[in-house]
Design a protein around this ligand. Structure first.
Ligand code: NDP
Length: 300
């Protein structure tokens, strides 16, 4: 069997086009333009790339983009004050503090200072609780993007066996909550899980969010399963020349694609969907703030 490749880049482009149309309609009807504020602390090169790309795409869909940069040694109070200002700013409907933060800052305290209604990353403790109890929440972007792709692939997910490898707060746990909400039978695996290969082989839906290059090989995959590879790992690529690198996922694409029914590639799978969902979440936050009907299919 050769798996169907789920084209996250094309899907994300469709989601962004939809967001753009909805933003234009919202502006016409209400005169309000959704605004997204991104806060970057320090000069981590990968974070800078993400922030630039988020800003560019925010503008492309017709929203306002606000970028705030703070030095790596900024104090907790300085960052908290900025977050409080953004909470009060009526032009800002979404706030994202780029993670990871420098070690001297308390990530939980910063995230929990964001107004939950503007928490477009869905990491605030209120949103985590709302999601876990099946209430209307802001849903973390990466798992939301995975869910959208899975719904597109399967229609209903009800009754399917899902295994999520990884239990982080930003991917693994919210992914499991979303799959449970869609009536999958969900297992979360992690570094202490026993007989993990056999467990994964029972999955109709296998989500890999581990951060270990090509860890999951074809013999972990149930024939015909849908494999969603969240991992982004940079590895050496001597075949491209000395000192060159390339991106790979947590799944060994070639061997897994030979067994799976459908699979996301890296790059070009989950990654583009994450930013598209951030824009969707900003629109959703703005609609909720205005009491305007939320566009269908852009939230969980
Ligand atoms: P974390 O490091 O926070 O979590 C990794 C998880 O994997 C942990 O729960 C850990 O288990 C588990 N794990 C580690 N080693 C193993 C192993 N050998 N077997 C089973 N489980 C293991 O990572 P994130 O969730 O933040 O990210 C995961 C990956 O997804 C990374 O590659 C990251 O770059 C990528 N990512 C991609 C995004 C995108 O937009 N596409 C967005 C966010 C992340 P334990 O808890 O027991 O330590």
């Amino acid at each position: 069997m050769t798996a169907r490749i789920i084209d996250g880049k094309a899907f994300a482009s469709k989601v962004r086009a939809r967001v753009k149309d909805e933003v234009a309609a919202l502006k016409t009807e209400t005169g309000v333009t959704p605004g997204l504020a991104v806060v970057l602390v320090g000069d981590d090169p990968a974070s800078q790339v993400y922030v630039r790309s988020k800003g560019k795409m925010t503008v492309e869909v017709g929203m306002k983009s606000y970028e705030h940069r703070l030095p790596a040694d900024c104090s907790q109070e300085t960052l908290l004050n900025l977050v409080r200002d953004l909470n009060e700013n009526a032009d800002v409907h979404g706030i994202l503090v780029q993670l990871p933060l420098p070690e001297h800052l308390n990530e939980f305290d910063i995230i929990n200072a964001i107004d939950p209604a503007k928490d477009v990353d869905g990491f605030h403790i209120s949103n985590v609780g709302l999601l876990a109890t099946g209430q209307k929440a802001m849903v973390p972007c990466t798992p939301l993007g995975c869910l959208m792709m899975l719904r597109e692939e399967h229609g209903s997910l009800s009754g399917l066996n899902a295994v999520v490898v990884g239990r982080s707060n930003i991917v693994g746990k919210p992914m499991a909550q979303l799959l449970l909400r869609d009536s999958c039978t969900v297992t979360i695996a992690h570094s202490r899980t026993r007989e993990i290969e056999a467990l994964c082989r029972r999955a109709d839906i296998l989500v890999a969010a581990v951060g270990r290059a090509e860890m999951i090989t074809g013999d972990w995959v149930k024939p015909g399963a849908t494999v969603i590879d969240v991992g982004i790992n940079r590895i050496d690529a001597p075949e491209k020349g000395e000192g060159k690198t390339r991106l790979v996922g947590d799944v060994d694409f070639a061997s897994a694609a030979a067994v799976a029914g459908a699979i996301t590639p890296v790059p070009g799978g989950v990654g583009p969907m994450t930013i598209a969902c951030l824009l969707a979440n900003t629109l959703t936050a703005c609609c909720r703030e205005l009491g305007h009907p939320e566009p269908e299919g852009l939230t969980a």
